[in-house]
Design a protein around this ligand. Structure first.
Ligand SMILES: Nc1ncnc2c1ncn2[C@@H]1O[C@H](COP(=O)(O)OP(=O)(O)OP(=O)(O)O)[C@@H](O)[C@H]1O
Ligand SMILES: [Mg+2]
Length: 236
């Protein structure tokens, strides 16, 4: 069974086809990177998975039974899909710990929260900053806090759009280690990113999109050797 199956997904904005029969399957425990040129449809794909955009046709199956294209954004969140948007949206006047408490969501009982928060502080490397105000964090730390907030909800599927945009090399390396550490059999991760060194460091497999179509699915090493991928993307 796959964690996520996208089947012949087509999305149109007016007469413009942003996704044209895109299919892909993500295994449980996999970290998948979605790469490709600007305008390829990467963010649109995440918008459909998270219920913000509805497709013309096609299905998005979470596990074997739930078609996310038939669900509201709230139902998709309840099913365990969490998204980190590119721009960090932490609560600046609250501490790191308080932000993570919000990330836990209402379903988690107060008694269970300390252990969950301790685990997320460990995974993100933010334990020494637990009492700091989120507004005082460096840009990289804010990104890790926001990843922590979505992790606190124990998502089955985590969607990350450009998590290292604007980060320093050291912050990017920390983020790569963080994401590598997220691999768990009950959790799949889909990451959009333009930094190919980062993608190589984190991804089990890559999906290359180009003008709304799937150009390639497989290892990053294979993508680097694929003539069409080189022509439209990696070779430029
Ligand atoms: N709401 C919308 N209305 C009309 N066109 C849209 C809309 N959202 C996206 N598009 C168009 O769909 C195409 C795909 O956009 P998308 O944001 O998915 O690309 P992307 O692969 O994420 O690009 P980037 O790497 O620049 O973030 C683009 O041509 C974009 O202009
Ligand atoms: Mg995008």
């Amino acid at each position: 069974m796959s964690a996520l199956v996208v089947e012949a997904l087509t999305v149109a904005f007016g007469r413009f086809t942003a996704l044209d029969a895109v299919s892909l399957a993500v295994d449980p425990g996999e970290v998948r990177a979605v790469i490709g040129p600007n305008g390829a449809g990467k963010t649109t794909l995440l918008d459909v998975i998270s219920g913000i955009t509805k497709p013309v046709s096609g299905r998005v199956m979470l596990g074997d039974t739930l078609d996310l294209t038939k669900c509201s954004e709230a139902e998709i969140a309840r099913a365990g899909v969490r998204r980190k948007f590119q721009k960090p949206s932490v609560f600046p006047a609250l501490t790191v710990r308080e932000n993570l408490e919000i990330g836990c969501g209402p379903a988690l009982s107060p008694g269970e929260r300390p252990a969950r928060i301790a685990s997320v502080l460990g995974e993100t490397g933010l334990a020494p900053r637990a009492q700091a105000l989120a507004g005082s964090l460096a840009h990289g730390e804010k990104q890790w806090l926001e990843i922590g907030m979505v992790l606190a909800a124990e998502p089955a599927l985590l969607l990350l759009d450009e998590p290292v945009a604007g980060l320093s090399d050291a912050e990017t390396a920390h983020t790569a280690a963080l994401i590598r550490g997220l691999r768990r059999p009950d959790r799949a991760v889909v990451v959009i990113e333009h930094d190919m060194g980062f993608v190589e460091a984190i991804a089990d497999r890559v999906t290359v999109l180009h003008e709304g179509r799937t150009l390639y699915e497989g290892s990053m090493h294979g993508a680097r050797g694929d003539a069409r991928v080189i022509e439209v993307f990696l070779g430029r």
